[in-house]
Design a protein around this ligand. Structure first.
Ligand code: HEC
Length: 483
């Protein structure tokens, strides 16, 4: 409400952030957190056995990690900041206020991580001259693995906080925010999952890089498979722990979260697919520990792809079940704080939306005012014509008969009750009316909805109570400054 609304209608905000963030998290878990310990272990084996093949392989694997994490990995990480702060600046603002020192430390750790991977990779070739230099070099690798885990551990605190802030709601301290109820279970889940993913990805690449030395391939594959197998067992325990701390109201969202409303009944089959998928990865690991020379590369590749797909799906479900909130019980996904609802429902949302072009609904401006209300209250999750389009939703509900504003209004008034994952409507009665007229007007029109980045910022016809010098309105006398 305090910022212009960014919106891309064909892809929608949810998909925009998902594409970037899921790619980032796959690279982070599989190639940073999970793979770096494997590299350090391979280097250690090279030192122990004095067999240079371990060292050569570790270096080749690290080269892949180095290139991908410092390019696509780093860019998509920054991309999350760009997309999240464009899409929901209010939520990012709140998170920065709570986790200021968390992020402060995060950036130091991140810079250390980038410096360490540069040093580790670039000094590899020259570090082999003396055993002491090699041990020093290995130490870089161990620190690198620890630092990349710490960056994840900090971010997981924020992700857990967004799902359930726990005691922070009453204590309002950084520590209570970090130690939210989801923190440790989610950290355990992500750590073990990353280790399995990293192990599996390294197994796959090792298979590729050792084509010409089958006896060595067998030895390495057995070693990495055993390491990953142990993490696989830990992953199963961590998953059960994590699942158990998910609050009941979030579990109720899972059927829609898994795909969309249309496919709610797929929920149980998806659970089976997940179990079958994990069992497959477990079976490949088990065969690879027992007869590493006999597992075909396609099975390793299939396991890696399955793990990537499952992680992507997990992120989607996790993001979805938090709804209707963006920060559990504190701020709704539309960027409006729960505690601001009574004020907005009384005065109307347009009065307090800094960049709304219209402040008041009148008999003549209903469609235009309704568009503004839609922009403020629905566009974080809906487009007009693109993904999760409001026209599509209304068409499913009301078909091709003329859409009635009163019927739509009756639905929206109760939408949080009907569909828990949507926030309650935050505006007043006149705005509800205008929104419904606007939505009904969209039945015939197929114009895409442009955000502020295309339309520019409207000049308000009347400055709102809350925007004057950024002061909050006096509840007893909200328009006091105009008298
Ligand atoms: C937190 C995100 C979010 C917000 C905010 C939101 N919606 Fe939704 N809405 C959804 C999702 C998700 C669906 C279901 C999509 C699916 O799976 O088909 C949905 C479905 C709907 C449906 C179809 C419901 C049904 O019973 O089939 C309507 C109508 C709708 N939304 C209207 C609105 C309006 C109007 C607003 C703004 C006042 C709004 N929504 C705000 C996420 C949201």
């Amino acid at each position: 409400m305090d910022f212009p609304i960014f919106h891309i209608d064909f892809i929608g905000n949810r998909m925009l952030i998902a594409v970037d963030a899921i790619l980032h998290v796959i690279i982070n878990h599989a190639l940073a957190v999970g793979a770096l310990p494997v590299i350090a272990l391979l280097e250690l084996s090279g030192i122990r056995t004095k067999d240079p093949r371990w060292d050569r392989l570790a270096y080749r694997l690290l080269k892949v990690i180095f290139i991908i994490t410092t390019t696509v990995g780093a860019l998509t990480g920054v991309g999350i900041w760009f997309s999240a702060s464009l899409i929901n600046p209010a939520a990012i603002g709140s998170l920065i206020r709570v986790f200021f020192w968390g992020w402060f430390v995060e950036w130091i750790v991140f810079v250390a991580e980038v410096s360490l991977i540069m040093a580790y990779f670039l000094s590899w070739q020259s570090s082999g001259r003396t055993p002491e230099a090699k041990l020093k070099h290995l130490r870089l690798g161990i620190f690198l693995a620890i630092f990349s885990w710490i960056t994840m551990a900090i971010i997981v605190a924020i992700l857990g906080f967004m799902m359930d802030p726990g005691n922070w709601m009453s204590e309002r301290t950084l520590i209570s925010g970090v130690l939210n109820p989801m923190y440790f279970p989610q950290l355990a889940f992500r750590t073990t999952l990353a280790m399995v993913m990293g192990g599996m990805t390294m197994i796959c690449l090792t298979y590729l890089f050792t084509r010409n030395d089958l006896p060595f391939r067998t030895t390495v594959l057995r070693a990495i498979s055993s390491w990953s197998g142990i993490w696989m067992l830990a992953l199963i325990i961590a998953s059960v722990w994590y699942y158990q701390v998910i609050p009941q109201h979030m579990l109720a969202n899972i059927p829609v979260a898994v795909t969309t409303q249309e496919y709610v009944s797929w929920n149980s089959s998806l659970k089976w697919l997940l179990t079958i998928g994990l069992s497959f990865v477990g079976w490949v690991l088990w065969s690879s520990i027992r007869h590493p020379g006999q597992v075909h590369g396609a099975k390793y590749l299939a396991s890696v792809l399955l793990l990537f797909a499952m992680l992507g799906q997990f992120e989607r479900v996790r993001e979805f079940i938090r709804k209707p909130f963006i920060i559990g019980n504190y701020m709704y996904a539309n960027g409006i704080r729960v505690e601001d609802y009574p004020l907005l429902q009384r005065d109307g949302i347009l009065q307090h939306a800094t960049y709304a072009g219209i402040r008041e609904v009148t008999a003549d401006n209903k469609v235009a005012a309704g568009r503004e209300v839609f922009e403020q209250t629905c566009t974080r999750c809906h487009t007009v014509n693109g993904i999760n389009s409001i026209r599509g939703q209304l068409k499913t509900m009301y078909g091709d008969k003329p859409w009635q504003p009163e019927v739509i209004a009756a639905y929206i008034e109760n939408m949080h009750g009907a569909r828990y994952f949507m926030p309650p409507f935050p505006g007043n009665k006149a705005e509800l009316d205008a929104l419904s007229v606007y939505l009904a007007s969209q039945q015939k029109r197929a114009t895409a909805f442009n955000g502020a980045q295309t339309n520019g910022i409207p000049i308000p016809d009347k400055i709102s109570a809350s925007t004057v010098y950024g002061t909050l309105p006096n509840l007893a006398n909200p328009h006091g400054e105009q008298q």
